[in-house]
Design a protein around this ligand. Sequence first.
Ligand SMILES: [Zn+2]
Length: 280
Amino acid sequence: MKLFAAVAAVLCAGAAAFAADNPDVKKFTFSNDVEVYAIRDKDTTMKSSLFTDYTKASSLKKEDLKKEYPASVNCFVLRAKLKTFLIDAGNYDPKGSLVTKLASVNIRPKAIDYILITHLHPDHVGGLIDKDGGAVFPNAKVYVSYDEWKHWSPIIEKQKPTEILRQFSDAYKGRIQTMNTGEPVVYAMKAPGHTPGHSFFRQGRLRFVGDIVHAVDLQIGHPEYCASFDMNQKQAYQTRLSFLENMSKEGNIVFGAHIPFPGVGYIIKTETGYRFEPYK
Ligand SMILES: [Zn+2]
């Protein structure tokens, strides 16, 4: 046991050094057996025009309509209780940049035990597919919510073999499980609205929240503004509102798929609403 601890300590020290060299990977250590790597797929922006109710607000000035809010596409590796989880996977990239970024912190694809998917949009599952349409992660079981799988399955069946979701479904056939059979280390929680079965994941104080928020600078203060790609906007608003209330009350650490990299922070309640505070 002692030997194992010593080896683990050496590996951890090495991983931290590598992470410092790679601007797209940032490591967070929360305890001896819980750490997270935030991985940047790419930086991006969310245009004001995506938020249709916002663009209709009477108090807006012309320049507000031209605003672009900083955002990112992130995914996360969680190591907890000797298991390794990949939470979302970013966009498809024929060059396999996710594998390269993981390699920079000594994480090999075969080391991923579980893949947890917040929802089945291409910017969350594309990174699971290699350039030949095969599975990047040879050993991982994939978890997605029952509601999400039920919604997308008939759509996937009609897709061409080259489309992302179809490739994902084919490449991981027999390994995709709906989360009603969830693993005990990480709990899935329902957070519908963006998609019918959108979920977020809970490990201790950590919350991996997917697409509950797209433009953090706009929507934390104004949860009522939905992005046009929230499929059920009323539900997405309710989900966002209860998420903000619960996260601020419980003091959880939030990991967002589209919060500017590394996408990690707290939700703080203010006199007028909420604000996001990056984790330091
Ligand atoms: Zn997304």
